[in-house]
Write a protein that binds this ligand. Sequence first.
Ligand code: SF4
Length: 239
Amino acid sequence: MKYLYGPVKSRRIGYSLGISLTSYKTCNFDCIYCQLGKTNNKTTERREYIKVSAIVDELKFWLGSKKDITQSLEYITLSGSGEPTLNNKFGELILEIKKLTNLKVAVFTNAAFLSDKEVRRQIAGADLIVPSLDAVTQELFVKIDRPQVGINIEDIINGLIALRREFRGKIWLEVMLVKGVNDDIRHIRKLKKIIASINPDKVQLNSPVRTTAEAGVLAVAKSKLKKIKEILGENVEIF
Ligand code: SF4
């Protein structure tokens, strides 16, 4: 399979089949903690990096040949080897998946394009959106996510607020915490206010455990994660 991967079992969303919508590794960020390594194609250009028709053909074949496995799947996830919303036809893919199967569709996104109404229109076909928000100040955002020039954290936050207003499915906000970078309690308190204005269904706290794009990127201690969870309040999980 070229565009499908897994199925993989994760504590966060259960058993899911993944789909890559971009070539490796195409992203508008270059996060210091990225498990895929360094971004070699850092871009904000939205285009059909991988043809939706080619993905659909592969998915049709997979669903037809793996009926037993399909029954135990919980989601088909748009994620993979880069930022899925960079593929400007990702909304079309969601609609095609819905024609092929009753499985729920989840989209993992770094949220950079959610201030764009057209992107929100396309993502509205999903059942679950897992956007990430690692920082609420531009300085920290640049430090941890290393976005393409011109991407602004305020726009991302406003996009997330608009998404919550319009989207009928579930939003699970992911926050990746890196020791000594964005885990300062003053930053966490600012984050709390922003999360309240976004109002996601839940918040998933994460910290790097595998190999990261940059050396020396460290996980936050479990005890501190627990403290941060307490500060952030209800509907917060640690992964
Ligand atoms: S947004 Fe995701 S894919 Fe892109 S660099 Fe960050 S962790 Fe990696």
